[in-house]
Structure formats: C-alpha cells, structure tokens
Design a protein around this ligand. Structure first.
Ligand code: AMP
Length: 403
C-alpha cells in the first residue's frame, strides 16, 4: 500500500510517501518556518534522496502541502505521476482527547470530534485539521486515517491521568492528562525490547523522547502507565520554547503584574520559555551547547536546568514502575547528543544506570539503535532512532486493511 504520511506542526510540515509492504520510503519532505518570509521546503525522492529546496514563503502548512502534491505530480523523479496513485493518507494528530484512543478512519463523525480536540493542542491540531480538509476536498476517494500521539497513553490509570482539581472540571471539560509523542514512545519501547532480545510484555522501560518538544514515559509491560505531558503538550519537561511544569500560580501572577491577555500568556509559555527563555539566544540545543562551550552563562544554566529536569523525571518513573530494565533515548537530542546523554546519566549511576563513555560517543554510529550502558549496568541505556512516519504509515495500512 502506498501511504502518504502527513505530519503537520505549528510551523512545519514533515511528509513521506511510504510503500508499506517493503517498508520503503519513496519521498521525504521537510518544510520549516512556515508562515514566514524565509520558509523553505526540502523534498527528496528515492533512491538517492538528493534534496531539492523550494521557497514556500508565507505559505500556511496546508498550502505548503498542496505545493508538495503539485511537485510530486510534476517532478520526473517522483514515484507517482498522479495523486490517484496514493492508496491512503496517514495523518499525525497530536491530541485525540477522550474521543480517540486508537488510529481512526476520518469520516464526517470523526472530523467533528477532531474539531473538539483542537483546544487540547492549539499549536498542532488546527494545522493538521486544515490539511485533512484540503486533502478530503482534493482526493475525496482516498481514505484518510488519523494516528494520535495520545493513543498510546490511553492505558494510563486514573491516578496518573487525573488532576487534583474540583471534579466538575473533569466531568464538564474532560480536563485530565492525555500525554503526547505516543507513536514515538511506543516505537522506542518496541525497538528497545528488540535490542534487549526480550518480549516487551516482560519489561519495564523509561522512554525519553527528547527533541524540540520533550516527554518521558513509564512503559510497564508494554503499556504506558504515566507520561510527563498532560492536558496539553505544555506540561512536563523543559523544552525548546515551552516552559514545561511550573507553579501554576505564576501564570495569574504575571498576567496581573504585566497586564497580559490569555493569548499573550499562552505565547509566553509555549513559544518564549524553555531553553529559549533561559538562554535568551535559541531554542535549538545545538546552538545552546555551542554557546555554553564558549562560556555563555545563560546557555550553561539552560543546559543545567534541562538536564536536571530530565533526571528528575527518570527518577520519578523509576519509582512509579514495579521494575526498570532500561532507559531509552530517542528524538533529536536523545539520539544525537552524546554530550547531553553523558550529563544526564552522570547523575543517575546510583540508580543503576551506568553509561559506557565509548559506546555513548556517536561518532560513526548516528542512526543506529544500540545499547550504550556498560555490560554490568543493572539498568540498560539504549539509543533508538525514532521513525514516526514509518509507524504512522504502518498503522494506516493496518486499519485500512482491516476495513
Ligand atoms: P526533533 O524535534 O526531534 O527534530 O529535535 C530537534 C532538537 O534536537 C533541536 O533542539 C536540535 O538542536 C537537537 N539536536 C539535533 N542534533 C543534535 C546534536 N547533534 N546535538 C545536540 N542537539 C541536537
């Protein structure tokens, strides 16, 4: 089955065309800084994946997707000459609320419920829904599936997903913890089980998705029992531009003192905080590590805080599970930064997570799933390359095939 995977972000678009039978990627696309004048889209086709970069200045996420489809129809290297050759579309949706606990075919009813989930991930769900609408109009006969970041966390027990607020807010508005990055946590857990050569159902794993956004999940016997993201992807770890968990009283305090509106406060917490807010220079960990190595104090503080919060989350999930066999690192920072991994695990050796410095060194090993703890480490440490698009394609194929 030829599946077009659409992963719409707040200002980015990742897309791949995947042949699910042989797990073969035919096209890759990454568009960034969408909505701005210097937005660009890089597209590459199998087999050599030589990138062609297009300007997509001032285009929205769905307009950029439309342009990608045009290019796929026209380009001689493209694996398709007409959009009708696409068998199905798999959409990554960040928040599915209590409406969606598994991958779902998008019909009129599902589309209505998707609209109700928009406020749960205000940066991510609305652009994804716009892409879905554009594709439904353009390709009305091509089935579309929504694959939810929250679905993997549907197994969380009530004690983990409830907030200690008056019960009426849960009953009226379904305010509870939903988590996110579920596709990535599920995949990382399964890959770690493969690496360790043991069935996932026998293992206790702590999966760390550390990218621009970040979350950590306790995966007990293959099921998510707790995760750091909550009602929205704002809770939990310190992230690129998101604050993560803070004392909620700070929000009303700043709003009162500075006369901020709800939208302004939302932007402060989601777009101006985290690594960017503390370092004052960038949300990109590479830039901040670089500045820190040159002695920049704020960059150093941002890294210290980032590492400390990751360490505390790992420690709390060690406590939450009945056993911990491995900690799994994935996504941009988790996969690529040997430096940050070293700092994180330097503080966790007393819990039995002992890094092997040489194995941790990424040189020549980027993209390889591997164990990076010493042989005798009571708890193993793994690095796993996340492949969200492939998982979305396979979940889409599974669902369409069942139908
Ligand atoms: P993601 O959201 O998974 O694409 O991850 C993006 C984040 O990963 C950004 O903060 C990047 O700076 C960070 N990242 C990517 N490669 C490296 C690296 N080699 N060292 C440190 N951070 C990295």
């Amino acid at each position: 089955m030829l599946v077009l995977v659409v992963n719409a972000g707040s200002s980015s678009l990742k897309s791949q065309l995947i042949e699910t039978e042989g797990k073969i990627t035919r096209m890759k696309c990454l568009a960034e800084k969408l909505g701005s004048a210097n937005a660009s889209m890089a597209i590459s086709f199998a087999p050599d994946f030589k990138k062609a970069v297009y300007s997509v200045a001032n285009l929205s996420v769905s307009q950029c997707l439309r342009k990608l489809l045009d290019i796929m129809e026209e380009e001689p290297d493209s694996p398709i000459s007409g959009l009708d050759q696409i068998d199905a579309i798999g959409n990554r949706i960040v928040a599915g609320g209590e409406y969606f606990t598994k991958a779902t075919l998008i019909d009129a009813g599902a589309r209505e419920n998707l609209a109700k989930c928009e406020e749960l991930a205000p940066l991510h769900n609305p652009p994804a829904d716009t892409c879905i609408d554009m594709l439904r109009e353009l390709l009305p006969n091509t089935p579309q599936v929504a694959v939810f970041d929250t679905a993997f966390h549907a197994t969380m027990p009530k004690k983990a997903y409830m907030y200690p607020l008056p019960m009426e807010y849960y009953e009226k508005y379904h305010i509870r913890r939903y988590g996110a990055h579920g596709t990535s946590h599920r995949y990382a857990a399964q890959q770690a089980a493969n690496l360790l050569g043991r069935p996932l159902r026998d293992l206790g794993l702590i999966t760390c998705h550390l990218g621009n956004g970040g979350s950590i999940t306790a995966v007990n016997h293959g099921r998510s029992i707790d995760t750091t993201m909550g009602f929205t992807p704002l809770e939990g770890l310190m992230m690129g531009t998101r604050s993560g968990s803070i004392d909620p009283a700070i929000i009303t305090y700043i709003m009162r003192e500075e006369g901020k509106t709800f939208d302004e406060m939302d932007a402060i917490l989601n777009r101006q905080s985290g690594v960017l807010g503390i370092s004052g220079m960038s949300s990109d960990m590479r830039d901040v590590l670089d500045a820190a190595s040159k002695g920049d104090e704020r960059a150093n503080l941002a890294i210290d805080m980032y590492v400390y919060r990751v360490q505390k989350a790992i420690g709390s999930y060690y406590a939450a599970m009945t056993r911990t066999d491995a900690v799994v690192m994935t996504a941009g920072i988790g996969e690529n930064s040997a430096d940050l991994r070293e700092r994180i695990f330097a503080g966790l050796a007393h819990m039995g997570m002992i890094l092997d410095k040489e194995r941790n060194d990424v040189t020549g090993q980027i993209g390889m799933n591997r164990v990076i703890s010493i042989d005798d480490s009571p708890i193993k440490i793994c690095v796993v390359t996340t492949d969200e698009e492939m998982r979305i394609a396979r979940e889409t194929d599974n669902l369409i095939s069942q139908l």
